[in-house]
Write a protein that binds this ligand. Structure first.
Ligand code: F6R
Length: 614
């Protein structure tokens, strides 16, 4: 989703801003722009539809001098992708330039009022309305830029992360946030701004995470000042960034997605590190230990998430019900927040999110907290909004995920949920010691087993060629592998744009089996587990209708090999850990089909990495 970069200091701003925009490209966008106060004190805005490269081409013969500037990548919400709708937006007098992530919900009313007062608009965006409002307020109150921003933000309803600069005022950037992340990087005599840490990390590891309704005044050669929109001054809290630069580079892989798929043995080791003891006999999650009574006495677990994280949540449902004997409901955050859900004060709400910034998940958390439930976050991005708005939680520690299609974050989420289920079950004494030890032992073998599947990459690539031109795909699984069928279908559709559906295998005969003919590829996960025989029967039903079966099977399964059209063998494991292995061929298959189709794998069309609008 939209990205923000800002700089004020002693260096030329433009190269820093453009590099920052490139670092943010992974978030998904359709236009890009910069605003600079040039060396001759002019305020110039350069922007264009398209990629950062298009912006650079456009800016080649323009004045890009100046040591202060703001820059933006836009993911269209109000108004189509176009030059006019790209950010930054000028105010009427062209004295102010503003960039904005989020949505101003009451923009139409404010716009109508400003039109009545003689303001004209050049774009269809809510952002232009905000910059015009700031200018109007500044004019009628004859106040400084900070005061005008503060007064304006008291009038707007919605979500924002903004940065604004002013002609003739080369010493200040004003930035503010509400429900959309904004980070300030603190250098020596310079400040950086980013909607996430990626444009900042190569310059400094000291950051301030702005909180909701806070406005930052970044002035040349002065300490940063933070004041809320209700005019309360805050002491800036400087934190250390956990990200490093190598996480932002492809490291020899053609795409971030492939790099992230191959990183999984390492990311899962890092996810388990310090949580499973050296003897391999115990799982400790401090977030659970510190609140163990809450978990022991929980009436119910509600899991809220979106997309791939929601699929991880479905696996959590199987884990918590089987081992902890706590009833679980898994909800799409976007539905949960608007459907007047029943939430008890002795419910535990687990919010799962890679980015920690998903707007719907944040709203669902707010609802749960208001109802008095205990909220636990499972997030990847350290310091993001969800960990800061939950009672406790566990990080997934899988490093920065750049590919829009989530891979390593998903397996790390499932690993954390598994460890949570084990830790709670042990406290509740709902798991037998032998089972507990067996799962912990097997968890530690998972990274090596994933590596074995990654070694099949060439075979999966070859297989992908056969199916590149399929129009539709069906993915089937049961039990712990059912969410993986959904996830496999999602991976394929988001990066290859092929229509794909995931189903629990036994549901086929209740309708979807009508779709099966000799052109329909059916990816079926059929590993050796308690419902293996039933899945085999479901596969036979598909085969009888000439569907083309690609089976994900346990190594050495001669029964399925004998009738499947194609198969991928994966190592055996305990049933509850199956998803950590069966998800890997799904990721690789989707990846190679998308590459064969020449798709933009890391930045698929219409998608954003961090969905900060609802
Ligand atoms: C798909 C994908 C999305 C995200 C979803 C939630 O590959 O990445 O479906 O899972 O947008 O995002 P987070 O986990 O950041 O809350």
């Amino acid at each position: 989703m939209c990205g923000i970069v800002g700089y004020i200091g002693f260096r030329e701003a433009y190269p820093i801003l453009v590099k920052g925009l490139r670092r943010l490209e992974y978030r998904g966008y359709d236009s890009a722009g910069v605003a600079l106060i040039n060396h001759d004190n002019k305020l110039s805005v350069l922007k264009t539809k398209g990629r950062v490269q298009d912006l650079e081409n456009y800016a080649k013969d323009k004045d890009t001098t100046g040591t202060i500037g703001i820059a933006h990548t836009r993911w269209a919400t109000h108004g189509e992708p176009s030059n006019a709708n790209a950010h930054p937006h000028y105010s009427q007098s062209e004295n102010l330039a503003l960039i904005h992530n989020g949505i101003i919900e009451n923009y139409a009313v404010i716009k109508a009022e400003l039109i009545d007062k003689g303001y004209t608009f050049h774009s269809s965006t809510d952002t232009e309305v905000l910059v015009q409002l700031i200018e109007y307020i500044k004019k009628i109150n004859n106040c400084d830029l900070f005061t005008a921003v503060q007064l304006a933000l008291n009038q707007v309803v919605g979500a924002y992360a903004i940065a604004i600069i002013e002609k003739g005022n080369p010493d200040n950037i004003i930035a503010a946030r509400k429900s959309s992340p904004l980070i300030i990087g603190i250098g020596e005599g310079e400040y950086f701004l980013g909607s996430d840490a990626s444009p900042i990390v190569e310059y400094t590891n000291k950051v301030i995470y702005l909180d909701d309704e806070e406005i930052a005044i970044l002035s040349r050669n002065k300490d940063p000042k933070i004041v809320t929109i209700s005019n309360i001054e805050k002491t800036p809290e400087i934190k250390e960034l956990e990200m490093n630069l190598s996480q932002l580079e492809r490291g020899g892989y053609p795409h971030f997605m492939l790099k992230e798929i191959f990183e999984q043995p390492e990311t899962l080791r890092s996810c388990m590190s310090g949580r499973i003891n050296v003897e391999g006999t115990n799982v400790t999650l401090s977030g659970i230990i510190d609140h163990k009574d809450k978990f022991i006495n929980a009436r119910r677990i509600l899991i809220i998430a979106c997309g791939t994280s929601w699929h991880a949540g479905l696996i959590g449902e199987y884990l918590f019900e089987e081992f902890c004997r706590i009833p679980v409901e898994v909800e799409y955050a976007s539905e949960f927040r608007y459907r007047h859900p029943v939430i008890y004060s002795d419910d535990i709400v687990i919010a799962i999110s890679q980015s920690g910034e998903t707007a719907d998940s944040l709203a669902a958390i707010e609802l749960a907290r208001k109802a008095g439930a205990f909220v636990y976050g499972v997030c990847n991005v350290v310091g993001s909004s969800i960990p800061r708005n939950t009672d406790s939680g566990s990080y997934t520690h899988c490093g920065h995920e750049i590919g829009v299609a989530s891979t390593k974050a998903f397996t790390a989420q499932v690993t954390v949920l598994t460890m949570m289920a084990l830790a709670i079950a042990k406290e509740k004494q709902t798991i037998e010691e032998a089972k507990y030890l067996e799962i912990i032992k097997e968890l530690q073998h998972i990274p090596d087993k994933i590596q074995k599947i990654l070694d099949l990459n060439d075979k999966i690539k070859e297989l992908s060629l056969i199916f590149t031109y399929a129009q539709n795909f069906i993915y089937l699984g049961r039990g712990y592998n059912y969410p993986i069928a959904l996830e496999g279908a999602l991976k394929l559709k988001e990066i290859s744009y092929i229509h794909a559906e995931g189903y629990p295998a036994a549901e086929m005969k209740h309708g979807p089996i009508a779709l099966i003919d000799n052109e329909m590829p059916v990816v079926t996960i059929a590993t050796h587990n308690t419902i293996y025989e039933k899945v085999v029967s479901n596969m036979k039903e598909i085969k009888a209708r000439k569907g083309r079966i690609i089976a994900i099977i346990t190594e050495g399964d001669e029964t399925i090999k004998a009738f499947a059209d194609h198969y991928i063998e994966i190592p055996s494991t305990v049933e509850c850990l199956d998803p950590l292995l069966s998800s890997i061929p799904m990721q690789l298959l989707a990846y190679h089909i998308a590459v064969n189709k020449n798709r933009d794998v890391d930045m698929p069309r219409n998608l954003a990495k961090s969905v900060t609008v609802e």
